[in-house]
Design a protein around this ligand. Structure first.
Ligand SMILES: Nc1ncnc2c1ncn2[C@@H]1O[C@H](COP(=O)(O)OP(=O)(O)OP(=O)(O)O)[C@@H](O)[C@H]1O
Ligand SMILES: [Mg+2]
Length: 368
């Protein structure tokens, strides 16, 4: 797919911006703090309704203003779509797809697919499990609508079960009212686990291959889905799930929350069989996220038969020459649209002779 056009109003340091893009490579250049990353952040926001660097949407509103608006027009293999987001200070975000207002923010998932490589990526290895679950949830939701559905059912059942646990503990509800939520939770929860297991196994395979190429066959990279449940090959996940809910009921009641399930699971990255988070060097961790992101890209392309858009923020300052050039070769060899930011284009523009160049200065962009 490719992004034809973006429009920003009151977004970060952009009063008003409208840019049109070619189907291949766009290079965004400028001094520090001029607004390069802000452009990629806006594109990422159109893809997930979230920023890659903050959870607070209101930070993205230009200082002194009360709202921002962003729009993207996209051409995918099957259709062309427009996505619009308005965020007004203190209100819920509003989303329109092809001009139609959406009830659910999640309906944005899959409309504009992007894979971003940025300095923040390292937190996928080093950060909290919730970041890794979010990575996985976005990836699988894009390729499988039934996953997104199960995830929404699960989150809603989990909220209501937790509410009920507190009420039972405080003697405001009866214990036997839990069963109906347990049935729903086990149904959607086991669907989530099944799909996560299948996707992680495929993702790990691709990432392993990329990692091996990146390290000239020196390192063996592996991704494993870590769940509290003990599944043997022919067991039914849903039954085991119910048994786990039953056996942890006493502690769940005490805490007033559900202690087992996919909302507690994690991904484990390992290099040569050791936990990358604990034992790997910063360089190895960087290579691991790079392998992971390239696998993300490849897997989406395989499943959807269409490449996502690639966003590369400041990669030349993050990656050494070998790894950067591996990534650049991938962009040149695959039919992807990519956006690269850099303060200095030396070593980049020669790699992409037919790219479009955008110069950013203090929230104003000039096409060169
Ligand atoms: N809500 C906001 N309102 C106005 N300006 C903002 C807002 N948020 C960030 N900025 C400004 O945007 C600029 C930073 O933009 P950005 O992160 O895109 O820089 P950059 O060009 O990527 O720089 P670097 O090369 O250092 O990464 C800063 O000058 C910052 O003050
Ligand atoms: Mg930046």
């Amino acid at each position: 797919m490719f992004l034809k056009e973006i429009t920003f109003r009151n977004f970060r340091n952009y009063d008003s911006l409208n840019l049109q893009f070619s189907e291949k490579i766009s290079l965004v250049t400028g001094e520090n703090a001029q607004g390069k990353t802000n452009i990629l952040e806006g594109i990422y926001f159109l893809s997930t309704a979230k920023s890659h660097r903050t959870n607070r949407d209101d930070e993205l509103i230009q200082q002194g203003k009360h709202w921002f608006y962003i729009k993207g027009r996209i051409q995918s293999r099957l259709s062309s779509n427009s996505v619009e987001i308005t965020n007004t200070c203190g209100e819920k975000k509003r989303i329109r797809i092809n001009g139609k207002t959406q009830d659910k923010i999640s309906s944005i998932i899959g409309k504009i697919n992007v894979v971003m490589f940025s300095p923040e990526d390292l937190s996928l290895v080093k950060g909290a499990p919730s970041e890794r679950r979010r990575f996985l949830d976005i990836l699988i939701s894009r390729i499988s609508p039934s996953y997104l559905y199960a995830l929404q059912e699960y989150n809603s059942s989990l909220r209501q079960r937790n509410e009920l646990l507190k009420n039972i503990r405080d003697k405001k509800a009866k214990a036997d009212s839990l069963e109906s939520w347990d049935i729903l939770l086990a149904k959607s929860g086991s669907e989530i686990i099944k799909q996560r297991l299948a996707v992680v196994s495929e993702l790990s395979e691709i990432a392993r291959e990329k990692h091996s190429q990146l390290t000239s066959d020196q390192e063996d990279f592996h991704i494993e889905y870590q769940t509290q449940f003990d599944f043997n090959s022919d067991s039914r996940i849903e039954d085991i799930y119910r048994e786990n809910l039953d056996s942890s009921i006493d502690s769940d009641l005490r805490r007033g929350s559900t202690s087992t399930g996919p909302h507690r699971d994690d991904l484990m990255f390992s290099v040569d069989c050791v936990d990358a988070r604990r034992y790997c060097s910063q360089g190895q961790q960087r290579t691991s996220v790079l392998s992971l992101k390239m696998a993300d890209l490849e897997l989406m392309a395989r499943k959807l038969n269409d490449y996502p858009i690639v966003l590369l923020d400041d990669v030349t300052s993050e990656l050494d020459e070998n790894r950067a050039s591996f990534l650049f070769d991938l962009l040149n060899q695959t039919p992807v649209q990519a956006f690269l930011t850099a303060t200095n284009l030396e070593g980049i523009s020669s790699k992409f002779p037919n790219s479009q160049l955008f110069a950013v200065e203090n929230g104003v962009v000039k096409k060169r």
